[in-house]
Design a protein around this ligand. Structure first.
Ligand SMILES: Cc1cc2nc3c(=O)[nH]c(=O)nc-3n(C[C@H](O)[C@H](O)[C@H](O)COP(=O)(O)OP(=O)(O)OC[C@H]3O[C@@H](n4cnc5c(N)ncnc54)[C@H](O)[C@@H]3O)c2cc1C
Length: 394
């Protein structure tokens, strides 16, 4: 469908019966195969290949990857539904982070910008879960300000030589291939200065320099990557030389904001459900705490945020699926959900009292996990910048 401009107000939030049934099946699968052991995995801070293989075996690793390359060709809305359902049923936000990154910024850039050879080489392996996708744009001194990246790629005949480092890279230590954005023209403006390279993990000079310890999402590995004279053949360029920031990079951020953010919505729903149950069961002063106005207020606010978050994410996903200009709606969804997820997780912890602070209760982990939604894939402040620029025409 062609892209066209519209104010996009007429969004139908209903799902088809197939979508509802699919989401229900993912929730059930996740409760059975992902949720068990999540507290221990979080405590240990470990990635679990067995859980990943189950997720891949259930067909989630290839969702939006085109059928021709072993995926399911799912649209953005359906892929988001799966992430939401997995987060709800599995309560393993780290797994959701790794799967979300694998799909949206690992596989999709290759599906959208890859040559036939690149797609044949990597997409079937990603769709089956044999390898996990990763995308590296952030650097120690350049995150929001992507144009400040210093990693360099210099051309020597048909080979490019990369030097520099990347940080906060989800799945960095798992991936067989990482899409790395590097500066290929030191003087050109940002739109013409950066190129994406498919760098294979066994290339000499490529090093997983560090695994970073995190506040939350601990079951997902986050790495620093170092590149020292890494030689990459020109056939490994993804897209066109010079255009990576606006094309590959923009597409990645767009997928993160319209689709990957759905994971936070699933977490919010499960926390609300657990909080309602706790409010009904826990007694203080001779009655269930749910009879206190202060607790009722928290539950109501959690529900309001959940509904708004879900509608905003689905609106943005639906608009992307229909080729409707949605920069503003994607930024609104990301900004709102990032903050709402934290606010609701805080309410969930408070409502659980002392138990909310103990890691046997999932809300403790939820609070630590939720904060990432306001940081990764573009911080809340950056989303606000996009929204205000669109409003002001700047
Ligand atoms: C767990 C995790 C996983 C991640 N996964 C990946 C990944 O797979 N690949 C990848 O490339 N990156 C990844 N990131 C990086 C992430 O996208 C960045 O951390 C994020 O974009 C913010 O960049 P920064 O950390 O450099 O913060 P900075 O850009 O230094 O921002 C610091 C603060 O300043 C604010 N700020 C910056 N500029 C402005 C401005 N113009 N106006 C107002 N406020 C501003 C920010 O909002 C923030 O509050 C990940 C990060 C984390 C924590």
């Amino acid at each position: 469908m062609g892209r066209h401009r519209t104010r996009g107000r007429a969004v139908d939030p209903r799902l088809t019966e197939e979508q509802e049934a699919f989401a229900a099946s993912v929730r059930e699968f996740a409760r059975e195969h992902v949720e068990p052991g999540v507290v221990e995995r979080d405590r240990a801070g470990t990635w679990d290949w067995d859980v990943w293989r189950k997720v891949a075996g259930f067909g989630l690793a290839g969702l939006p990857i085109p059928d021709a390359y072993g995926g399911s060709g799912a649209d953005v809305l359906t892929t988001g539904l799966a992430l939401e359902a997995l987060a709800y049923g599995g309560r393993d936000a780290g797994l959701n982070l790794s799967l979300g990154a694998h799909l949206t910024i690992g596989a999709m850039p290759i599906a959208l910008h890859g040559t036939e050879e690149q797609k044949q080489r990597w997409l079937p392996r990603m769709a089956s879960g044999e390898t996990v996708g990763a995308f590296a744009i952030t650097e120690p001194e350049a995150g929001s300000d992507t144009a400040g990246m210093k990693t360099r790629a210099e051309q020597h005949g048909d080979t490019w030589v990369l030097n520099g480092s990347k940080t906060f890279i989800t799945n960095g230590e798992l991936a067989e291939v990482v899409t790395v954005i590097a500066r290929t023209d030191p003087d050109a403006p940002a739109g013409q200065a950066f190129t994406a390279f498919l760098v294979e993990a066994d290339t000499p000079g490529f090093e997983v320099a560090k695994q970073l310890k995190k506040l939350g999402n601990r079951t997902s590995p986050t790495n620093e990557l170092a590149f020292t004279d890494v030689e990459v053949h020109e056939s490994q360029i993804l897209g066109e030389v010079g255009t990576a920031l606006w094309k590959v990079g923009f597409e990645c951020f767009d997928w993160e904001r319209t689709c990957m953010i759905a994971s936070a919505v699933g977490g919010m729903e499960r926390d609300l459900e657990e909080s309602v149950r706790y409010a009904q069961e826990r007694e203080a002063f001779g009655k269930p705490i749910g009879r206190f106005g202060a607790i009722q207020h928290k539950l109501a606010q959690m529900r309001i945020r959940l509904e708004a978050a879900r509608l905003l994410q689905r609106q943005a996903a639906w608009m992307k699926d229909h080729g409707i200009e949605h920069q503003m709606q994607a930024a609104i969804a990301k900004a709102y959900i990032g903050e709402a997820a934290v606010a609701s997780a805080l309410d969930g912890v408070q409502l659980h009292g002392g138990w909310g602070y103990i890691d046997e209760f999932h809300v403790e982990r939820s609070l630590r996990d939720a904060k990432l939604a306001a940081i990764g894939g573009g911080t809340t402040e950056i989303q606000e910048l996009i929204i205000s620029r669109t409003l002001l025409g700047g």
